[in-house]
Write a protein that binds this ligand. Sequence first.
Ligand code: NAD
Length: 461
Amino acid sequence: MSPIPHEPEFQQAYEEVVTSLQDSTLFDKQPKYKKVLPIVSVPERIIQFRVTWENDKGDQEVATGYRVQYNSAKGPYKGGLRFHPTVNLSILKFLGFEQIFKNALTGQALGGGKGGLCVDLKGRSNNEIRRICYSFMRELSRHIGQDTDVPAGDIGVGGREVGFLFGAYKLFKNSWEGVLTGKGMNWGGSLIRPEATGYGLVYYTQAMIDYATKGKESFAGKRVAISGSGNVAQYAALKVIELGGTVVSLSDSKGAIITESGITAEQVEAIIGAKVEFKTLQQIIGEFSAFSSNQVKYVAGARPWTLVGKVDVALPCATQNEVSGDEAKALVAAGVKFVAEGSNMGCTAEAAHIFEGDRVSAKSASEPAVWYAPGKASNMGGVAVSGLEMAQNSQRMTWSREQVDQELKKIMVNCFNDCLETAREYSNESNAEALPSLIKGANLVGFIRVADAMFDQGDVF
Ligand SMILES: NC(=O)c1ccc[n+]([C@@H]2O[C@H](COP(=O)([O-])OP(=O)(O)OC[C@H]3O[C@@H](n4cnc5c(N)ncnc54)[C@H](O)[C@@H]3O)[C@@H](O)[C@H]2O)c1
């Protein structure tokens, strides 16, 4: 049990890690690691602050801002900022806790953190969003820096918001430094950073397909269900299309679009342009010419998982707990073989259990089973390229698109192999040689790397 039971999302994320570790031979082989759990579960520091601004009507508004500086054993705190009306400490602690181990999986020198603001930006003008970002950074700038804590975007915080936040930091601190990642391309940003989480998710899934089919299959010809239509979903969809897969769904918080023939790259580009203006999918399919020739079905208030028919790959890319146990059962019945989370904790504990149960019950690699990758491994391409952005800022250099993309691919494939090998090394399952658990593998690799650094630095003794 987590020490704080009234934080349900945090508790869920904590229990997932603890269960993975307990359900392996790690603590039998090396009992010292048990001591790390209660220490690593408590954030090094939480900053909570008031953010006020004048809205476009001339009224004052107020919201609560947060930064959870969770763990700095491996490097400066690193993790995104979420601006959304559901933001609270339970959600930010779950995201920050995941981020510690995710960042360790990149193989880079990055600690873990997360932050955000409980606000709804939808429908607000650019000017008002700028005022919100400046007010948020007025306080946050006291606590971050390129060697201390380097935030990035998350839900509700994209390129526009990172620009305003960076401008505010520069103003308050009189310092131009790589204090945020996801920056604009002509002022310190890295090529491929906007694409990185979606592309990386597809590269990780490609490594799963490659391993499971012994190189015989790829994305070509596969039917791929994707949820969400924000940053992660957009670039995952474009990469799947480029690799010859058929994207049969996308969604937003109001509903889902479903298509037999596949969403086109032109349609995804239309969504990319319209989402910055807070348009819903329903509005976009009604307004843009890309949707008049190649029509899609819109289902209000629905998630895509039970609506897509036969499907080979599922990539949840919207938000946490967006695949329920029943939806997981429906996906397995629809033939899904590969599930990889673009969103953080996209699957409920029940859904993850169903996918893992399907794998455990298979006797050998030749039997069809579901391969399930947790977000902390499969969506870490974004933070990995943020790490590359920090490296480029320190060097005062800009790497080419090809160089960053190659590095991203290498990082994702290495992460897949690390998860696989470590799951085998510490597995207590009879079929682990042929079908190792990627969720256990990811948690074991991330935890051991962070725990070793904490022992070395005297955080745990
Ligand atoms: N942006 C990154 O680099 C990055 C990296 C790793 C993980 N993630 C995770 O990926 C997910 C999506 O992030 P993003 O950056 O694409 O954000 P975004 O703001 O660009 O898009 C979020 C998407 O999720 C949908 N959504 C939000 N709340 C929802 C809800 N309650 N129900 C249904 N749909 C909802 C939105 O409509 C939108 O399509 C989040 O879980 C985030 O933590 C993002």
